[in-house]
Design a protein around this ligand. Structure first.
Ligand code: GLN
Length: 486
């Protein structure tokens, strides 16, 4: 039998329902696992053991009373850029190192209503800027499949905890790939939903026109279950779309007959590792065997401008969002200062790490008088072209399939001093945020013993199609059953 901490949500739920396992037993098994492996993996900024035990006891009461959802009593981790009332929310930044929010993010509130057992808050690259968690102001998370390597980022703590058995599922946020790239690197499922599908109220803003919250889970069924709980309109987020949310588990059918899938060649970029390409090509062949009609010669030529476009838009929005950290309203405040301006400068000098400062400078430059037209405005025009190109592709194809990332997880330190190399790890994921469409990364196997993810994209609000493709693939291959040896 698999260890309790290795169960999926739906497996654990079945046992809870049959009363063969209690939430308290499951929660203790997960907490025990955290104690065993956390000094090697470092997924957590904060472990909330007391909260977890109290919520587990409460969940057991609800289950006894027959009043429960598929998530009731299941231990989960929340990325530490989502507000949790009474629990530190740091964004892995010194700036918010002691920040305790007075309210819950909407997603947290919804998971509480669904019966979450929160085991803790997950490590990330500071303010979600990065692809490896090396930009965390506190420590780097290690990949459970190879402790010398990065788990990806910025939701590295979320992905690593789910892979390592430290949480049954996790929430992450994705501005340019931060759910899907770590999901690929840690061999778990990660979905970035359509822009507007999941409320960002209480998510600390990075780039507001790109940010989305989504699940990281051990299989596709679990991903659908978490989406059922968190998706849907929220009056507190003006970008949240008011439309009915389907039951995503209904799209979990292992059949792809009649489905049209396109493979955009631009995603097989120069510099891509051959092992990764091989795994992704095999996955595509598998989808064809499952009944999909696959077109391998699709071209989306504007893809090549996506990276440049992202690194103008995201820093511009970040620079504006981060202006609120002035040492006055909340967060870190430098006290030893000559006057107000000096205090503000010192607050930002000590409170922010180097990558965050780099983004603020890039954004300030791109928005400044004289450069605005050349950079920001141009990037917005390119953004429209990229969106249109996707929209046109989706008139011919139900889904597009690409690699999640051009490489396997890299070594800790390998790219830390080379921002351009680091930025390149998101070439396959960030066009998706630029267009606001949904994308899911699913485990597709291993290259040299290291995880590889395959990414499935669809038109806005086509999450059901993504789930269908991902589920059929997963059921046919069984990659989701692998667990790292720790
Ligand atoms: N790695 C990208 C960046 O650093 C994406 C991060 C994210 O999605 N939050 O901007």
């Amino acid at each position: 039998m698999v260890s309790e901490y290795d169960l999926t949500i739906h497996e654990a739920h079945d046992l809870l329902k049959k009363r063969e396992l209690s939430s308290l037993e499951l929660t203790k098994a997960v907490l025990e696992r955290i104690h065993q492996v956390e000094d090697r993996v470092h997924s957590f900024v904060t472990v909330t053991e007391d909260i977890a035990l109290a919520q587990a006891r409460q969940a057991d009461e609800h289950i006894k009373a027959g009043n429960f959802s598929p998530l009731t009593g299941i231990p989960a981790l929340i990325k530490d850029n989502m507000c949790t009332r009474g629990v530190k929310t740091t964004c892995s930044s010194k700036m918010l190192g002691n920040f305790v929010p007075p309210y819950d993010a909407t997603v947290v509130e919804r998971l509480k209503a669904a019966g979450i057992v929160m085991v803790g808050k997950g490590n990330l690259d500071e303010f979600a800027m990065g692809s490896s968690t090396e930009n965390s102001a506190f420590f780097t998370t290690h990949n459970p499949w190879d402790l010398d390597r990065v788990p990806g980022g910025s939701s590295g703590g979320s992905a690593a905890s789910v892979a390592a058995g430290e949480a049954i599922y996790a929430l992450g946020s994705d501005t340019g790939g931060s759910i899907r790239q770590p999901a690929g690197f840690c061999s778990v499922v990660g979905l970035k939903p359509t822009y507007g599908l999941v409320s960002r109220y209480g998510l600390v803003a990075f780039a507001s026109s790109l940010d989305q919250i989504g699940p990281l889970t051990r299989d596709v069924t679990d991903c659908a279950l978490v989406m059922n709980a968190i998706a849907g309109h929220d009056a507190c987020d003006s970008t949240s779309v008011d439309r009915p949310v389907p039951d995503y588990t209904k799209s979990l059918v292992p059949d792809l007959k009649g489905l049209r899938i396109g493979v955009p060649q631009e995603y097989f970029v120069k510099g891509m590792e051959s092992g990764v390409e091989q795994v992704v090509r095999q996955a595509i062949a598998r989808l064809e065997e499952l009944g999909a009609e696959v077109e391998r010669e699709v071209s989306l030529p504007h893809t090549r401008y996506a990276l440049a476009c992202y690194y103008i838009i995201a820093p511009s929005e970040a620079m504006a969002n981060l202006a609120r950290y002035d040492g006055v309203k909340y967060g870190f405040s430098a006290r030893e200062a000559e006057n107000m301006w000096d205090a503000m400068e010192k607050t930002r000098q000590y409170g922010f790490g180097p990558e965050v400062k780099r983004r603020i400078m890039l954004g300030t430059y791109a928005l400044s008088a004289g450069y605005y037209e050349a950079y920001y405005l141009k990037a917005q025009k390119v953004r429209t072209l990229i969106s249109r190109e996707f929209a046109e592709a989706f008139t011919k194809y139900d889904a597009l399939v690409t690699p999640t990332s051009p490489t396997v997880p890299f070594r800790i330190g390998e790219k830390a001093d080379d921002p351009l190399q680091m930025y390149l790890s998101d070439v396959c994921t960030l066009p998706v945020n630029i267009a606001g469409i949904p994308g899911i990364s699913v485990p597709a196997g291993f290259a040299d013993g290291l995880p590889v993810g395959v990414q499935i994209l669809g038109k806005p609000f086509s999450e059901e199609t993504l789930f269908r493709v991902a589920y059929a693939y997963e059921q046919a291959t069984g990659w989701q059953k692998r667990r790292p040896k720790l």
